[in-house]
Write a protein that binds this ligand. Structure first.
Ligand code: SF4
Length: 118
């Protein structure tokens, strides 16, 4: 898989490597820097990295981002995780909290069994 545009960008699974590198095909890909992850990195490991990044970088000024970032790793139910991502995206004050859900939605769509193993 590849992470396109950094930790608030887009995750492209290997099965979709034919996706054009364009803002139309990958909205929210930001600066479009590409990090390709080989099979030694699982979707769950990437999710954990993104969760930790969100917690570390949230400035804490607004509740959806501050609390939401801390709760991401605790979600074990798809509906609950999707509600939390919606809350962060719609309720956060700045682009950081609004952008954290973007790659996580891609991971959830492509690898639901790895993100939600229970
Ligand atoms: S969304 Fe922005 S303002 Fe709100 S806690 Fe996160 S970084 Fe701070």
């Amino acid at each position: 898989m590849a992470l396109v545009g950094g930790p608030m960008g887009r995750v492209v699974p290997a099965s979709r490597f034919d996706t054009p590198l364009s803002y139309e095909a990958l909205p929210g890909m930001g600066h479009a820097g590409i990090v390709v992850l080989d099979d030694s990195v699982s979707a769950a490991a990437l999710a954990q990295h993104l969760y930790a990044f969100a917690v570390a970088e949230s400035c804490g000024s607004c509740t959806p981002c501050r609390v939401g970032s801390a709760q991401l790793a605790r979600c074990r139910d798809r509906a609950a995780l999707e509600r939390l991502l919606d809350t962060m995206e719609l309720g956060s004050l700045c682009g950081f909290g609004q952008g954290v859900p973007r790659p996580l939605r891609d991971l959830l769509a492509a690898f639901p069994e790895e993100l939600l193993p229970c």
